[in-house]
Design a protein around this ligand. Sequence first.
Ligand code: ZN
Length: 450
Amino acid sequence: MQGPDIREFHIGIDDTDSEKGGCTTYTATVLFQELFNRGLRPFDFPWLVRLNPNIPWKTRGNGALAVHFFVEEEQIEDVERVAIEIVEKTTVSSTRGTDPAVVFLRGKVPRALREYSTRALHDVLSAREARSVATSVGAEVHALMGVRGVIGSLAAIGAGLDAEEHTFEIIAYRVRENLGSPRRIDRESVKLMNAKYEDGTFNNLDPESGRVLVSPHGLDPVLLGIRGYSPQHVLSAFTEVKFCEQIERVMIFRTNQGTDAHLGKTRRAVDLKPHQSGILTGRVDDMPRVIRGGHVIFRLRDDSGLIDCAVYRPTGSLSTVARDLLPGDRVSVYGGVRGWREGTPTLNVEKLEVLNLVEKIEDVNPMCGGCGGRCESMGRGQGLRCKKCGERMEDAAKIQVRHERHLHPTIFIPPPRARRHLTKPDSRPRIMSNGCLRVEDFQLRAEDYN
Ligand SMILES: [Zn+2]
């Protein structure tokens, strides 16, 4: 049992990366491994917490990290010093504003912090509020430059991933010398891995384009990441991949990726605010139109008002579905508020649920009773005339023809290449793999994979 002077210690980290490189998951990995190697006992995997993806100034997936250890009172000072040093050492800043922050919290996570974290998934929060929440829950804040990183650091600690729906990701990191060069991974081995572990992992490949999705392309140190439903799944899948470059380190994260955690809030058109995420339900109000670039726009009316829904072309099959909607169809749209156009908010649709379809009925002129040719209208109240034989039918009127709809009521999600980190890959019920996992058993040594 724990002595009275040993307690949970949580470290939240955010914003140590920029377009010039770095990755907050890398910072957390270095910190986790350093503390682990010093003999501290983790009480969970590090958490990779994706926050509201619809915040425009967070262009790289808006992820924050938290690590959790059992720490003795007299070790705390050392642990804090190590954490700040590692954050400073691994931050790659840029002029566009990198605001690395570390937050420390001793003891159990208070409910107020859990609630704050939930809001960070759906809303836009201020750094000022983050400061006051930190004070009220007794968290210690170290903002190394600006204060924006404090929001994510606090939210990461409060994410409660051990109790909420979650998945896992195993990430391998590159050695420094290789940063910036093309990643050398045997693509065939990734395809074989996907075939073998299709049920336990997700988003490895994009079936529509054949693209391999496990490797990024930027200056960051991530060599590859495999997402899946348990630590065992991602680890087994990882061992199938053949690497043609050196791995510096490997870590398994518990994460809210692939859970739709940001889409849990039902909203009304009239209440929407910029950059919020959520779900709206209503009827399609006009004929969807395809605008320049191949994006589809349609209006949705709920019981409070109107919104414009934008389904962007890169969402592939999702934009095809949107094009086939008709006025009167009842749908739920999932996504984030982009902005306002002529007083109407525009929702960037990430997911579309068709609830009810109207019948597609077209009014057409009937065929001629004499020769079978198509009739044409003579003008208002004038009846019809056969285009072929000229026969006039003064009392005839248009007839209604019912067309088949190519949609059916179901949830439509974009192909893997166009998904958000948080997008749930399918609608299967998810296993919660807490069981008797020992985090210590999943600490991997890079040399075993090189
Ligand atoms: Zn005719």
